[in-house]
Design a binder for this molecule. Structure first.
Ligand SMILES: *Cc1c(COP(=O)(O)O)cnc(C)c1O
Length: 428
């Protein structure tokens, strides 16, 4: 089984040296729990795997996986850069202490105002279209800016159609056949193009499509170097490194993955005479996914046409099962290793039938009041959450060597309304 977890002497699930049942009792449910050591270990594993093969290597953590400031601070301390996809993520990264040069802004369908914000912040700008290039050229202080382009290598991969970001159906990037021209155009507009980027999808456990994308991007980079005279400071292969969500899925062999990619990279650099640029990748899920847990309490056990285990979290707190049909492993916190004895549906508290964490899932006996842990909830969980059904957002805590810190307070009902204004006439 590829899902790792610890138990303590009571037999309860333990996270970062803290009893998960006590966390639920002390901080309430639903509760997001992050394991600091796991985040650091994940980061260091990728860092070491790649930089031992190619020293000029840099990780740009994809902030959208989890934008909590504590997570960002951990990655800042580890030496990461940031892949930001919106001005809000740039703002957060700057606040978390990242210097602008460590932030790469890869926007998609952004406004000119948002581009101006990125320019004024001094971050690196990765362009997605000719439209974006032309609009950037018209903005204040654009002259001489270092830019890069996101290219669609016509290779896509991912755990769900919505997460495949390369190929002819994808809205992302410039086309392979226009790549040389957009770089020439960028130069003629007074920019300094220094990078090339791609990101083919998310949740990749099979290295083959990623390797193919590396090959294609390097061939494009080679042509851009030779035909448009671009000297690359960096080449960025994006994120997408997957983690096992089901017990059967394989773990990505990161050392082997890194050595295969770096070998390809070096071959292509010498084939095209490109002078050793920084090699970048942008993992999000891989860094934080398995470092997060969503603790939720069972409030209803109902035998209807099916057996439903009703819990106090919903797709407003973890959207992936509903949005992508994703599997998340579920443990009973006070007996995480118990054998399954029944097949049940685990349902959230949102008024939609699609609000299910699991359908027909083998689980041990569960009674009302039990606390469940939804595993691998560190990425695309809180960051995709909403107040749908007027449910205040849960708290987030981080654990480290037996210590617990609240890194986001549980919202109150008042928070639900804090930005609303009621025009005077409605008081009459
Ligand atoms: C979402 C995203 C990533 C990270 O994807 P993961 O699957 O979490 O690794 C990296 N780069 C870009 C541009 C993205 O949009």
């Amino acid at each position: 089984m590829n899902l790792q977890f610890n138990t303590n002497e009571k037999g309860n699930l333990e996270i970062g040296g803290v009893d998960a049942l006590e966390l639920a009792q002390e901080y309430g449910t639903p509760l997001y729990v992050l394991d600091e050591m796991r985040i650091r270990d994940n980061y260091q594993r990728v860092e070491q795997a790649f930089s031992s093969e190619y020293s000029d290597f840099k990780i740009f953590y994809a902030a959208k996986a989890n934008t909590n400031l504590a997570v960002m601070r951990i990655l800042e301390q580890e030496g990461s850069g940031i892949d930001a996809v919106s001005p809000g993520e740039i703002y957060t990264a700057l606040l978390a202490g990242f210097e602008p040069e460590r932030i790469l802004f890869t926007g998609n369908n952004v406004t000119s105002e948002e581009l101006q914000f990125a320019l004024d912040s001094g971050v690196r700008i990765n362009l997605d279209s000719v439209s974006m290039l032309e609009r950037l050229a018209g903005l204040d202080n654009a002259e001489g800016t270092k830019i890069s382009f996101r290219v669609n290598p016509m290779v896509g991969a991912g755990h769900h159609d919505h997460c495949i970001t390369g190929g002819e159906l994808s809205k992302f990037g410039v086309m392979e056949q226009e790549a040389v021209d957009v770089y020439k155009k960028a130069k003629s507009l007074g920019f300094e193009p220094v990078g090339i980027h791609t990101h083919i999808g998310s949740g990749i456990l099979d290295p083959e499509p990623f390797k193919l994308a590396v090959k294609v991007l390097m061939d494009i980079a080679g042509r851009v170097h030779q035909e448009a005279g671009v000297e690359f400071e960096f080449i960025d292969f994006g994120g997408g490194l997957g983690i096992p969500y089901t017990p059967e899925e394989p773990v990505l062999n990161i050392k082997q993955f890194a050595s295969e990619i770096v070998a390809l990279y070096k071959d292509k650099l010498s084939e095209y005479g490109i002078d050793s640029p920084t090699m970048c990748i942008e993992p999000g899920r891989y860094i934080v996914g398995d470092a997060g847990y969503l603790l939720t309490r069972v409030n209803t056990v109902k035998q209807s046409y099916r057996k439903f285990i009703g819990v106090d979290a919903g797709f407003n707190t973890l959207l992936r099962p509903t949005m992508y049909d994703s599997y998340h492993h579920i443990l009973v916190v006070d007996k995480p290793t118990a054998q399954p004895s029944q097949n049940v549906d685990v349902a959230g508290n949102i008024c939609e039938s699609g609000d299910l964490f699991a359908r027909n899932r083998p689980l041990p006996n569960i009674i009302e009041g039990d606390v469940l842990s939804i595993m691998n909830a560190g990425a695309y969980s809180f960051s995709m959450s909403s107040q749908y059904n007027s449910r205040p957002l849960p708290a987030e805590v981080i654990v480290q060597e037996g210590k617990v810190d609240v890194i986001r307070e549980r919202e109150t009902y008042a928070d639900l309304l804090s930005k609303q204004n009621l025009p005077l006439r409605f008081f009459k």
